[in-house]
Ligand binder design. Structure first.
Ligand code: ADP
Ligand code: MG
Length: 225
């Protein structure tokens, strides 16, 4: 994935940007092809090797840089479709973002027909979400408030989560979700992989990273001209 090259006689580290350089299943490469994703974006090229290795990662990169596919490819790689328990869990600050993330994961899972994703956001009745969960789900994408509601009512089981993603973590903290997030995570297995995505890197992000991640690798993609 990473190779040494020479520029002006100096060795420089070059990351391959071909998705095929990653340890991805052929059906995953087909889905990327169908989507027209020809090469990795910089944040994908830097974070995906770490994410696919199973490490905890904290990723800071601006909006529009392709962070969703980075964590979506990571979580899809760990899902066992034959086990109908929640294995991947994504928290987003708003319903609109959760919606977009759900759509992107579904697009990237287009060659995995048996994967079920459930959206858990507020503003709609709980009943249909509860019914959906009761039939088994592999992936949950939602907002902290509604996720807490389901946990309190016993309609959501998070004991088999393998991959946890906090998307737009800085916004979730700005919205006052820190305690809800920590409370939710306390019910998840300790040996899960935790991926934290943020556009900014204030103190409270560093603090929550320390409390929910284990020895995280850090990826920062600066705006480059
Ligand atoms: P972020 O979460 O960093 O704000 P998104 O994940 O929403 O960014 O991605 C921004 C846009 O880039 C989306 O429309 C997505 O479909 C597109 N995109 C992501 N990765 C690639 C890629 N490797 N090649 C082409 N387009 C991509
Ligand atoms: Mg995003």
């Amino acid at each position: 994935m990473v190779r040494l090259s020479r520029r002006n006689g100096m060795p420089v580290v070059m990351s391959s940007t071909a998705f095929s350089s990653l340890p991805l299943a052929p059906n995953q490469l087909d889905a990327l092809d169908a989507l027209g994703y020809k090469a990795m974006t910089p944040v994908q090229a830097q974070s995906l090797p770490l994410i696919l290795s199973g490490r905890d990662v904290i990723v800071r990169a601006k909006t529009g840089s392709g962070k969703t596919a980075a964590f979506a490819l990571g979580l899809l790689a760990t899902i066992n479709p034959r086990f109908f328990g929640v294995q991947a869990f994504v928290m987003c600050p708003t319903r609109e973002l959760a919606d977009q993330v759900g759509k992107e994961i579904r697009r990237l899972a287009s060659r995995m027909p048996n994967i079920k994703l459930v959206l858990l956001c507020g503003g709609v009745p709980l009943g249909p979400q509860r019914d959906s969960l009761s039939h088994g789900a592999h992936i949950v994408v939602g907002t902290p408030g509604r996720i807490e509601d389901h946990l309190k009512r016993g309609s959501l089981n998070i004991e088999s989560v393998k991959t946890l993603v906090l998307d737009e973590a800085d916004r979730m903290l700005d919205m006052g979700f820190a305690d809800a997030i920590k409370q939710i995570i306390s019910g998840m297995p300790g040996d899960r992989q935790t991926l934290l995505f943020s556009a900014t890197y204030p103190q409270d992000i560093q603090r929550i990273s320390r409390s929910i991640q284990r020895n995280p690798a850090s990826v920062t993609v600066d705006d480059v001209a």
